[in-house]
Design a protein around this ligand. Structure first.
Ligand SMILES: [Zn+2]
Length: 67
């Protein structure tokens, strides 16, 4: 599956820009089938939270992409 490269790039892009509906759909369809990409998402979330904690910036109301 060459999809993983695309999905992980989208997960990374999501930190910097809003994803399109089609991009979210691609992620949501792929993640349940792929532990590698689920782990990737977990890692970049942890990294982002750590970065926010270290910089002391709180972002109330920031969307996290989950329901
Ligand atoms: Zn994958």
């Amino acid at each position: 599956m060459g999809k993983c490269r695309n999905i992980t790039r989208l997960l990374s892009d999501a930190l910097d820009r809003p994803l399109t509906t089609g991009e979210w759909v691609a992620i949501r369809l792929h993640l349940p089938t792929c532990s590698g990409c689920r782990n990737y998402r977990k890692q970049i979330r942890l990294l982002r939270e750590a970065a926010h904690t270290m910089s002391g910036i709180s972002t109330p109301g920031a969307a996290n992409g989950d329901d």
